[in-house]
Write a protein that binds this ligand. Sequence first.
Ligand code: 5GP
Length: 191
Amino acid sequence: MRKGLLIILSGPSGVGKGTVRRYIMDNFNLEFSYSISMTTRPIREKEVDGVDYYFVSQEEFQRNIDEGNFLEWEEFVGNRYGTPKDKVEELRNKGKNVLLEIEVNGATEVMNKVNDDRVVSIFLMPPNLQALENRIRRRKTESEEVIRSRLEKGKKEMKMSDRYEYVVLNDDVSRASQEIVDIIKARIKRK
Ligand code: 5GP
């Protein structure tokens, strides 16, 4: 059986990766599983443990690093985030497509590590920096200091968008989602 696609969706914090992913899940006939990451970040009000992330302590995260359980992990603005390895492999080996929503350093590591030709990398780009800032602020989940750090990090990440096969502009959620679905469907068809 052919391995499922590994779809990497990156982009700066606040660009709307989660919104686009949920829009695709709700509005398109495209089968993929979302890989739930592990994080040490405190849970936000609307988040659900085991749905948005597995929220764990520093100790538990470290234990998973030591046991080699991550495909990749990174520190991002003071917190750690990692992709559990076994689940991704298990799903892909069953022919299921898996989507990772991760930041640029982790994405680069995955691109280097997973060297089969069934990896698709997509960078979601905000229309401008103001739009990014507005979105992060509207979320009302982070302190001013964290907002600033996330924006700085986002600017650096945008400069690394050329590492990806595709850059999709998030000027409109339904348009951007359609573009991403088209990219993925074309790739599924490719031998
Ligand atoms: P947030 O705190 O806003 O949920 O996530 C911060 C950043 O970490 C986002 O860019 C998000 O996509 C990224 N991220 C989430 N999970 C992972 C992961 O498992 N690995 C890596 N490298 N980044 C992740």
